[in-house]
Design a protein around this ligand. Structure first.
Ligand SMILES: [Zn+2]
Length: 211
């Protein structure tokens, strides 16, 4: 994919973050792997004003051109996801309402519904809190992404990665839906959690379905 096409895609999906209510105003950020680094949304700009040239390139050592726009303050965990996950080609981070609410009560999403498997395992974990934009937060996120494509982040929101920007965006939406449904369950009682045996059946099916 050409650099220009990636820049356009990042802008398209950034605008969708606002439109789909995945992330209000300037919160959230999107990146796509490119060459020896990644292209990412800039820091502090409204998505509807974004132009191709505003998207920032950061290499996998964390270097970027300081004369141009600054990358999103959360670039650390984007970099570490690309470094740690060979199959990551796009990362979507957002402060979607229901994922955020769950993250504030510091709960993971257990297998209350079989669709939890879309994140790669029997649950969607919640990364330990650390100040935004720090490498400590990034470390906490990498820890809970072991065998997973998505996680919540305590008192913050959610982050997902995938092999493409479309699928990463869809996964972020799925995590938001699951968070909403799980919260709804918690309101009226304690949902029955599917067993690991059942979830391993589901995980096998999901893998085949994705092929
Ligand atoms: Zn954030």
């Amino acid at each position: 994919m050409t650099e220009q096409k990636i820049r356009k895609d990042i802008i398209k999906f950034s605008k969708l973050l606002n439109k789909t209510n995945l992330s209000p105003l300037r919160s959230g950020n999107i990146s796509v792997r490119y060459k020896n680094g990644f292209l990412i949304t800039p820091s502090g700009m409204r998505y509807e004003t974004l132009k191709s040239k505003d998207i920032v390139f950061v290499d996998l050592k964390g270097k970027y051109n300081s004369k141009k726009n600054k990358p999103s303050s959360e670039w650390h965990f984007h970099k570490d996801i690309y470094l740690n996950k060979k199959n990551a080609n796009s990362v979507v981070h957002c402060h979607s309402k229901n994922a955020l609410v769950l993250s504030c009560i510091r709960k993971k999403i257990p297998a209350f519904h079989y669709m939890v498997a879309v994140a790669g395992g029997v649950d969607i974990k919640c990364a330990k809190y650390a100040t935004y934009g720090t490498s400590e937060l990034s470390k906490n996120i990498i820890q809970v992404l072991n065998n997973r494509f998505a996680c919540l982040i305590e008192n913050h929101g959610q982050v997902v990665f995938s092999d493409g920007i479309d699928s990463a965006f869809e996964l972020a939406q799925e995590v938001e839906h699951l968070s909403e449904q799980y919260l709804e369950c918690l309101r009226i009682g304690k949902p029955k959690i599917l067993t690991n045996i059942e979830m391993s059946r589901v995980l096998k099916k999901v893998k085949n379905y994705k092929k």
